[in-house]
Design a protein around this ligand. Structure first.
Ligand code: ZN
Length: 708
């Protein structure tokens, strides 16, 4: 069996989730509020261990035991000096534990496959038995090791991935449950209007089902209507089902305790009420209280400190209805927001620069709802770059949701450490130096003037057109406008599946086009040579991302799986057509395998490049303004195609991109410490060891085995 895909690559990069600037800009009260929300999130995040695999909590206990006595540097010293570890083996050991913590368990948060340590089991055990923790407490450490050694290393058909019954491992269910059990219980839950989000299912030897709710309280006496014993008839059979509570009760208590403290520092009634409801839900197991908390959360518009906590995403329950615990705290990036505000203040001037006549621009500029947040703490099985919650449909449909972009997740994922594939040697350094800064400019322009610009030609209920059909000319044909959105027609409705990538492409093009303006770069603090370099790197980054975008294309069914990446690929193709971007296929001198280099002619960006993007952007806008989905589709297809006669080399390029695919990065997150009367931010080395040490510090002084 090829086990390499079940070992995290030793090249796995670590990056810092940098929130120092945003955190320092908080008031004392806001710092205290975020500190306690972060504490609540971190304790709750440990629930994910229980939700991932039976051995994950034990592995976590072992890890905490070892690394709380000696930090990662000291353990590394023992490994090399006493246990004959090579550097490679040491890296593999650290990558395993750092990866385990980043995924909150021994299955990948993104992909659901199991991973095992990349060193032999004997060596792993030998190191653990050489640590101070083992010398101080041999029986306890030996017991932990005994319990988890076999399942840590075991790889068979039944445990290689998460799944229900024979398909894999799932600790949302006892291991005697299969899909039939899951379906039966879903019918029962639906019949009682119980939501599965905060539950797990266990079946005992007599076939009695226990639906267990997550809560601090463990009794059944207090009033929560759904608790109790039921006889449930399905077909000609009757089943015994109990609804109990108290799953993860020790952790839920700590979540509640920290939320109580956070509530003291809430900055408005919505926040206080939201926390009150969360506390009620986590204490009693009543999911309706969490829904009410989410309602207050939606109403808490544009807070300085943003958060969400609970059983949220259902991706990892093989049945798809049970939520994984997730908690995050983030801060509005005030510096970034200031730049965005300045940009909006200049919008009148900037919109005039766009390549369409003023009739195609809105009568009044509407500032889009957009918050850029820097994450202070994100606990769970992975960190997304953007979020759109709550997931409760009844709330989303009628009361709304929030859309946030996690700025420091994006910028960290964009800071390149070592060799960047597909760039020439000459571009490497410049790209690394300016990638984050140029991306900041691009995101601001994309969100505010990209998504915020352009007018839709619409007929209203009273039959009036919102443009002058006698005077407005189609700039592509020079003739009168013949198409528009009829009464009730919408952009999404007309463009359908094409709408997201098309709109993302329009916004990206606006970013490329407007970043050429030196007044814009000045708003972001860039002048002179630096401003010129930022323009270059922004354009280079766009075509580079277009190449990377091929990872999100599936040739088998010719579909794209990611709107932004498709948009960037289209831009790459537009600039290739203009003749200023070249792609060279070559063989890597180091490993003899396929390689490629994408480059853009720097001296032609402001001339040929600007004209090509301007012309394309105008076409995108005109079809959008007119509601001309056919015209839009035709334009789009020309550039979005991969392979065939149109772009034959792109399939080959895709294979190279797949071959050179980089492992997912791991984040090292800061800690907050409430000392005396202030909250301090503590940062850690940006290494695999730093990830481990930061987690140990997070639970310093806690007897973890009693909590899990
Ligand atoms: Zn966008």
């Amino acid at each position: 069996m090829d086990i390499s895909q079940h070992i995290l690559e030793k090249e796995t990069e670590v990056c810092h989730l940098d929130c120092v600037t945003a955190f320092n800009a908080l008031t004392k009260k806001e710092k205290l509020y975020s500190h306690y929300l972060a504490r609540a999130s971190w304790y709750g995040g440990l629930i994910v261990l229980h939700q991932t695999s039976p051995e994950s909590p034990t592995i976590f206990c072992l890890l905490m035991k070892i690394f709380s006595k000696q930090n990662s540097d000291q353990i590394a010293k023992i490994a090399v000096e006493e246990c004959e570890f090579t550097q490679e083996e040491l890296t593999a050991f650290n990558v395993y534990f750092a990866g385990f913590l980043a995924n909150m368990g021994n299955y990948k948060g993104f992909g659901d496959t199991k991973f095992i340590p990349g060193i032999p089991q004997e060596k792993f055990m030998r190191l653990i038995m050489s640590t101070q923790a083992y010398r101080d407490d041999p029986q306890v450490v030996a017991k932990l090791m005994e319990t988890c050694a076999e399942p840590t290393y075991s790889l068979n058909e039944g445990n290689k991935q998460l799944g229900l019954g024979k398909d894999g491992i799932s600790s949302y269910f006892s291991d005697n449950c299969n899909k039939t059990d899951a379906e039966l219980i879903q019918k029962f839950l639906d019949s009682k209007s119980i939501s599965a989000y905060n539950t797990r299912l266990f079946k005992d030897g007599n076939g009695v089902y226990n639906v267990r709710l997550a809560s601090a309280l463990t009794d059944v006496s207090e009033s929560l209507a759904c608790l109790g014993e039921y006889k449930f008839a399905d077909g000609d059979k009757t089943y015994d089902i109990k609804v109990t509570r108290g799953d993860y009760s020790n952790l839920m208590k700590l979540v509640v305790e920290n939320l109580e403290k956070a509530k003291e520092y809430a900055s408005n009634d919505n926040e206080a009420n939201m926390i009150t409801e969360y506390i009620a839900s986590f204490t009693t197991g009543d999911l309706n209280a969490h829904k009410n908390g989410s309602r207050y959360w939606i109403r808490d518009k544009g807070p300085i400190v943003e958060s969400y906590i609970g059983f949220i995403e259902t991706y990892r329950d093989p049945f798809g209805t049970r939520g994984e615990f997730e908690g995050f705290v983030a801060m509005v990036n005030k510096e970034m927001s200031k730049k965005f505000t300045d940009l909006v203040d200049s919008s009148d001037q900037l919109l005039k620069l766009l390549p369409w006549p003023k009739d195609y621009e809105k009568d009044e500029f509407l500032r889009p709802d957009f918050t850029s947040l820097d994450v202070l703490a994100f606990a769970g099985s992975g960190i997304p770059a953007g979020i759109n919650i709550p997931n409760y449909d009844e709330i989303r449909q009628s009361e709304g949701f929030k859309n946030v972009s996690l700025g420091n997740v994006l910028s960290a994922a964009y800071s390149a450490g070592k060799k960047v594939w597909f760039l020439s040697d000459g571009d490497q350094q410049l790209f690394k130096d300016y990638k984050s800064k140029s991306f900041e400019v691009q995101v601001g322009l994309h969100e505010l003037l990209g998504h915020g610009s352009g007018k839709l030609f619409q007929k209203s209920k009273d039959g009036l057109l919102n443009f002058n059909s006698d005077s407005v000319q189609n700039p592509l044909t020079g003739k009168a406008v013949e198409k528009w959105y009829d009464v009730g027609e919408t952009w999404d409705g007309k463009f359908g599946a094409l709408s997201s990538s098309y709109e993302e492409c329009r916004a990206e093009c606006v970013g490329l086009y407007l970043c050429l303006d030196f007044d814009v770069l000045k708003i972001f603090g860039h002048e002179g040579k630096v401003a010129e370099d930022i323009i270059y790197v922004n354009w280079l980054n766009m075509v580079w991302a277009g190449v990377q975008g091929l990872l999100y294309y599936t040739p088998e069914n010719q579909t794209w799986r990611q709107a932004h990446m498709q948009a960037r690929y289209v831009i790459l193709r537009v600039l290739m057509e203009a003749g200023i971007v070249t792609i060279e296929h070559l063989t890597c001198a180091d490993d003899g395998k396929a390689d490629a280099v994408v480059s853009i002619d720097r001296s032609s960006i402001a001339t040929i490049g600007k004209k090509a993007i301007g012309d394309f952007l105008l076409k995108l806008q005109v079809h959008k303004s007119h509601g001309d989905a056919e015209g839009g589709q035709e334009l789009w297809q020309k550039y979005a195609t991969v392979g065939s006669d149109v772009a034959p080399d792109m399939l080959r390029l895709r294979q190279t991109v797949v071959l050179r695919r980089q492992p997912r990065k791991i984040f090292v997150q800061d800690n907050t410490v409430h000392r005396d009367d202030s909250v301090e931010l503590v940062t850690y080395p940006v290494t695999h060891g730093g990830v481990i040490d930061s987690f140990v510090a997070r639970f310093h002084g806690e007897d973890i085995s009693k909590l899990l």
